[in-house]
Design a protein around this ligand. Structure first.
Ligand SMILES: [Zn+2]
Length: 416
């Protein structure tokens, strides 16, 4: 019989808020004493079950309930927060996972058909060293060791030294990869952190994957000229071409379906009131869940920039700042997530995730993955006002538990 008690999850989240938050919000920054205390509290919550627990080479905490099969169902989240963070970001998943472990343990007399593992990823937020997804990217093998070795916090402490303080040897963090050996499915529950479900008045959503990102600087090169003596038809106005891009990106995003485009910065030279702009640099950030559509968005932006440059008799150059591929989630798991939500609250919405999550790293490592989102009030996160209705929190624990059960059934028949 199921003993799932979502109200207990809400009560435990409140207890955690009391223990690790102050009047400015949650203070569970990774690798700090309060984060260590949070982990100890989590272990106490798990103490009543016969779980194997350990911290891996990258500082990720694992709790394993051995099953009939070595195949593993992973449930992952993160207990760390940004400074002055919200009370639900990350820990909602971990605490829902604790409740699901209790239910599975009770229902299967301590021996479920597949092995179930809860993971608390280390330093998802990257708040202290400016690099997010530390523990999960070490585990997936994607962590750039050279870059990470050089990271320093505001006090001048290097990441490897901060890790040494909590018993982690930086040079060995990728040994964490062996934890994924029998991983056959990965589930992550998270607050949406945006306004989509709120605007649709829906409590829960099935996440299709995380967006791919193309980030570029575009520079138009014209000619400085006197703003009084230069007739309009003789100008090489770098800003005019850039300004046309501003409108064009809305059309490009529109044509792409669900993509988004942002020009986040614009600087001009010489940047004085009496001169036509000689050089104008804008930044363009484009995101889409579909790799081909993201590539089309980029090509359309490049073609438009050439066209506007030609029209204005200026030149244009592009420089890539950063990119990451989309991480689409597993179709079967998305369908199970969808079904679990329908069974719990009748209606579901499928949506991509704008922010990256640990799930993106696990998916990149080749493990079938899905995420479930629960509505965020105000559509706000990384802020002490971050909140979700209690009835929605209870619903998400119920729906996420149904998903875990369906995924276990799927793993029994699926030979992945
Ligand atoms: Zn998070």
């Amino acid at each position: 019989m199921s003993t799932l008690n979502p109200k207990r999850t809400v009560a435990e989240l409140k207890e955690l808020r009391q223990l690790t938050g102050d009047e400015n919000g949650a203070q569970r920054v990774a690798f700090t004493p309060l984060w260590v205390k949070t982990r100890a509290w989590l272990q106490e919550k798990l103490a009543g079950m016969p779980l194997e627990t350990h911290t891996d080479a990258a500082g990720n905490f694992w709790a394993t309930l051995r099953g009939e099969s070595e195949k593993c169902l992973l449930i992952g989240g993160h207990m760390d927060s940004v400074p002055n963070g919200g009370w639900l970001d990350g820990c909602l998943n971990v605490m829902a996972g604790v409740e699901i472990l209790r239910r599975i343990h009770a229902q299967y007399n301590g021996k479920p058909p597949v092995t179930v593992r809860l993971v608390d990823w280390a330093d998802e937020e990257g708040a202290r060293f400016g690099k997010s997804l530390f523990g999960s990217s070490a585990c997936s093998g994607n962590l750039d060791m050279t870059e990470a070795r050089g990271l320093v916090d505001k006090q001048g402490i290097k990441l490897p030294d901060a890790l040494k303080n909590v018993g982690i040897d930086f040079e060995r963090v990728k040994d964490s990869g062996k934890e994924l050996k029998n991983a056959a499915a990965y589930l992550e529950l998270h607050i949406e952190q945006g306004p989509v479900l709120l605007d649709l008045d829906l409590p829960l959503g099935a996440v299709l994957g995380t967006f791919g990102v193309e980030r570029h600087a575009i520079t138009f090169h014209g000619q400085a000229a006197h703003s009084g003596s230069t007739p309009m038809n003789r100008r090489k106005d770098a800003f005019l071409a850039a300004a046309k891009m501003s409108q064009e990106i809305y059309k490009i995003a529109d044509r792409s379906g669900n993509g988004v485009c942002t020009i986040g910065s614009c600087t001009t030279k010489p940047g004085i009131v009496t001169s036509v702009v000689e050089e104008c640099r804008i930044t363009l950030d484009q995101r889409h869940l579909d790799a081909a559509k993201l590539a089309t968005m980029l090509h359309e932006a490049q073609a438009a920039s050439e066209r506007f440059a030609k029209e204005g008799n200026v030149k244009v150059s592009w420089e890539r700042i950063w990119q990451i591929a989309p991480r689409p989630f597993n179709d079967d798991l998305i369908a199970m997530c969808d079904e679990s939500i329908r069974e719990t609250c009748g209606k579901v919405h499928r949506l991509p995730s704008g922010p990256l999550h640990d799930a993106a790293e696990v998916a990149a490592a080749g493990v079938p993955t899905v995420m479930m989102f629960v509505q965020s009030l105000h559509g706000i996160s990384h802020n002490k006002i971050e909140d979700t209705k209690e009835e929605h929190l209870e619903m998400c624990v119920t729906a996420f538990d149904k998903l875990a059960e369906k995924a276990m059934g799927w793993l029994q028949v699926n030979n992945c």
